[in-house]
Design a protein around this ligand. Structure first.
Ligand SMILES: [Zn+2]
Length: 129
């Protein structure tokens, strides 16, 4: 299968997981988001972008190399981590790894410890903590 074909399959799988997790953990009350596979990410497994003022989640990126390296179990945890940030946005909270994040992560059964490095917000969009 071509790289593009494989990537398409991954995106479909990730989008299916997003919908399933949203139903399972948040009663489906998370906005639907585009998910893409990125080959440019160096230090993160996953990342959420959101609009800085409106706290509108825009897109989730998943590191393609990490899918190959660590497999779907690690990716599941990373996707859920970003979905907690989506949940924060939905409640008007700028994504962070504070106590609310930790409580929600624990509630849904993922590590409450931040797995990404905190980075300052970019000019127009936030890049996820
Ligand atoms: Zn985070």
């Amino acid at each position: 299968m071509s790289r593009a074909g494989r990537e398409q399959r991954w995106v479909a799988k990730l989008q299916g997981q997003y919908v399933r997790f949203a139903l399972e953990y948040w009663e489906g009350k998370l906005p639907t988001l585009p998910i893409r596979v990125s080959w440019r990410m160096r230090t993160r497994v996953a990342q959420l972008e959101w609009t800085r003022v409106a706290l509108q989640p825009v897109e989730i990126s998943i590191n393609g190399r990490d899918i190959l390296r660590f497999g779907w179990k690690a990716v599941r945890e990373a996707l859920l981590h970003e979905m907690v940030h989506v949940w924060q946005c939905r409640h008007g909270i700028a994504p962070s790894h504070g106590t609310l994040f930790q409580a929600e992560a624990t509630r849904i059964g993922i590590s409450p410890e931040a797995t990404e490095r905190l980075r300052p917000l970019r000019r127009r969009r936030g890049s996820s903590p």
